[in-house]
Design a protein around this ligand. Structure first.
Ligand code: AMP
Ligand code: GLY
Length: 418
């Protein structure tokens, strides 16, 4: 079959890599892709937020199945347009993507079914929001409602910080001037990934991200500086509670409202004393969590995504290898602030490239036959091992062999589990 993947980050390189392990894939096109993806698949220039352009392209190129990587095309309704055009797609409708696009919507769904999450209030008026701060004890979490590329959340330790976050949101820094104010949840965070076909929920793995740029979880938030899978905090008992108390009731509520979720549900959890609470939902794979999951799933990832899109998850099964994967992100120095583009990266051709060792590209490009950095997060150095230590050692051995003086990485990815 002919497959089109939308996106051009490390997540999409990992998806492309996994899809190509499956003999069902005859032809793979990725739009827009990146320099690493171009080594293994065709790349196409396409406005992936324009649903009619994507549907027309898929039709012209005889694409049988589209996999949507990032959230923006989902929120823009690209999945709906493809479905209308009769093209099979992995990725939820815009109505279901509200689970990610609107924090207030997800809070309301949780409240409707009694799913555990932080107590909250929602405001679209700054004076009322400031008054709302007075009702809460510190720290207070202030969230811009809407897609904010991971940058709309402030965990305020002081009231002044909370007020500054409100001022920024109501000045329009994140587009829509709406805010959710909620209690701070204590505990350990984990990411839980489930495929949902509208009826069946199929867990496909757990991971832990490292959101802060600095070692020891210090410095500003980023898109994610590294991840590993599985996350030991997600024991079988916690997983069962998360499914029974959060995921299944909220997915049933979505179905009851006529907006079934179909695709991958990225469940952001806070776990305290074995009890999970929902921090957020995303309706796509995490980046870099996806790099770890794809490395562990390999070619069956395509079968699972096809079963999900086709409403056949009840018959699907995940065949796990009892192993561990880790992804260390190399970013341009200065990220998540200002950073240079165009610096040359050398040494990748000396590295192993197999089912246990992969360097997934994120922001990379080719210039005059040289590989250069073209974004903030640039490479996702990913390895598998029988245990996390083995996977980590393999990943950092690759990191050390990469010649990129302008790159930075955290040396402590996996510290919680090790
Ligand atoms: P979100 O975009 O909702 O995932 O928030 C980004 C990050 O902020 C999360 O991954 C958490 O680390 C943190 N966070 C969000 N909400 C809370 C909360 N209620 N309590 C503690 N930390 C939170
Ligand atoms: N790594 C977190 C995310 O993809 O949202």
């Amino acid at each position: 079959m002919n497959i089109l993947i939308l996106g051009g980050g490390g997540r999409e390189h990992a998806l492309a890599w996994a899809v190509l392990q499956n003999p069902k894939c005859d032809r793979l096109v990725v739009a827009p892709g990146n320099a690493g993806i171009a080594e293994i698949a065709e790349c196409a220039a396409l406005d992936i937020l324009d649903g009619s352009a994507v549907a027309a392209f898929a039709d012209e190129e005889s694409i049988d199945f589209v996999i949507i990587g990032p959230e923006a095309p989902l929120a823009a309704g690209v999945s709906d347009m493809l479905t209308e055009a009769g093209i099979a797609v992995f990725g939820p409708s815009a109505a279901a993507a509200r689970l990610e696009a609107s924090k207030a919507f997800t809070k309301e769904i949780c409240a409707a079914v009694g799913a555990p999450t932080a107590a909250y209030d929602r405001f679209d008026d700054q004076a009322a929001a400031r008054a709302g701060l007075a009702d809460r004890t510190l720290p207070i979490v202030v969230k811009a409602d809407g897609l904010a590329a991971g940058k709309g959340v402030t965990v305020a330790e002081t009231r002044a910080e909370a007020e500054a976050a409100l001022a920024e949101i109501f000045d329009g820094a994140h587009g829509r001037a709406e805010v959710v104010i909620e209690d701070f949840l204590r505990g350990e965070e984990a990411s839980f990934f489930c495929l949902v076909d509208g009826e069946t929920v199929l867990p496909i793995g757990t991971a832990q991200d490292h959101k802060r740029v600095g070692e020891g979880d210090t410095g500003p938030n980023t898109g994610g500086m590294g991840a590993y899978s599985p996350a030991p905090v997600m024991t079988a008992a916690v997983e069962t509670r998360a499914l029974e108390e959060i995921v299944r009731p909220t997915m049933a509520e979505m179905a009851r409202r006529g907006t079934r979720m179909r695709g991958v549900l990225f469940v952001g959890l806070m776990i305290e004393d074995g009890a999970p609470s929902l921090v957020e939902y995303n309706v796509r794979f995490g980046d870099p969590e996806c790099q770890c999951l794809m490395m562990r799933l390999g070619g069956q990832a395509l079968d699972l995504m096809l079963a999900c899109a086709g409403g056949r998850l009840a018959e699907a099964q995940v065949n796990w290898a009892e192993d561990h994967a880790i992804c260390v992100v190399l970013a341009a120095e200065g990220y998540p602030g200002d950073y240079a583009k165009g610096t040359e990266i050398r040494g990748l051709d000396t590295l192993p490239r197999d089912s246990r060792n992969m360097v997934f590209h994120a922001g990379t490009a080719m210039r005059d036959h040289r590989l250069v950095a073209a974004g903030g997060r640039v490479l996702g150095v990913t390895a598998r091992g029988d245990d996390l230590m083995a996977a980590r050692d393999r990943a950092y051995a690759m990191v050390d062999a990469i010649d990129w003086p302008d790159g930075i990485c955290r040396r402590d990815i996996g510290w919680r589990a090790l």
